[in-house]
Design a protein around this ligand. Structure first.
Ligand code: SF4
Length: 214
């Protein structure tokens, strides 16, 4: 019998659904291989739908951000300056009104780059561009005691420990020692709000205060 030939049973020829035969009966070739080999050939290739591969891909972008933390630190400083320059615009329209569209963009950009969870109190500049909200324990001040020997997380063994990466990223940054500052606990009331706008409004208020004092 050829590997792809019809299987027969004691009751006669098997239907196509019954042609699934054990690998041992096909000389070690699995049914999946047979299906793949006999599938019609075309230029189309199915997209990668494996959840495991998808997870790895999201780590890939997250890890890229950590590796390029110095550039992102520089870029974010320019971006924050630009946002601050636009303070009169935000104020004129109303911070409350612009929050929805700004949050829409912020969530997608930071979600793609850092797997951001929109805690609303971004500290990426102090954590080597590694988002601490991806730590399953949501630790904001360094790793727990369970980091694996390979540097991965004790809770999610396939994920590099967020704080190991934070330390690595911080070592590339001009102001990487900000990682040593003690962070406050997460204020849950700020969840799903725009950190970009909040930081801008705070900086503008400080600027106005120091301008008035001078
Ligand atoms: S190993 Fe790292 S990422 Fe995992 S829970 Fe501990 S600190 Fe968080």
């Amino acid at each position: 019998m050829s590997e792809t030939g019809p299987a027969t049973t004691a009751k006669g020829p098997a239907s196509s659904a019954q042609q699934a035969v054990p690998a041992t009966a096909t000389g070690g070739v699995t049914q999946a291989t047979i299906v793949k080999k006999t599938a019609p050939k075309s230029d189309y290739k199915a997209g990668d739908v494996s959840p495991q591969r998808r997870v790895q891909r999201s780590f890939t972008v997250r890890l890229w951000s950590v590796r390029h933390s110095r550039f992102l630190e520089w870029f974010y400083a320019r971006f924050a300056d630009m946002f601050l320059l636009l303070h009169p615009v935000w104020k004129g329209i109303g911070y409350g009104r612009v929050e929805a569209p700004v949050k829409f963009v912020e969530k997608r950009v930071k979600g793609f780059m850092f797997d951001c969870r929109m805690c609303g109190q971004c500290i990426l500049s102090s954590t080597g561009m590694s988002c601490p909200m991806n730590c399953p324990k949501q630790l904001r001040n360094g790793p727990c005691g369970g980091v694996r020997a390979n540097g991965n997380c004790e809770v999610e063994p396939d994920m590099p420990c967020v704080w190991v990466k934070a330390w690595e990223g911080s070592r590339n940054m001009a102001h990487g020692d900000k990682i040593l500052a003690v962070q406050k606990p997460v204020d849950q009331s700020l969840r799903e709000t725009s950190a970009w706008l909040r930081v801008t409004a705070l900086s503008a208020a400080e600027k106005e205060k120091s301008g008035a004092a001078a």
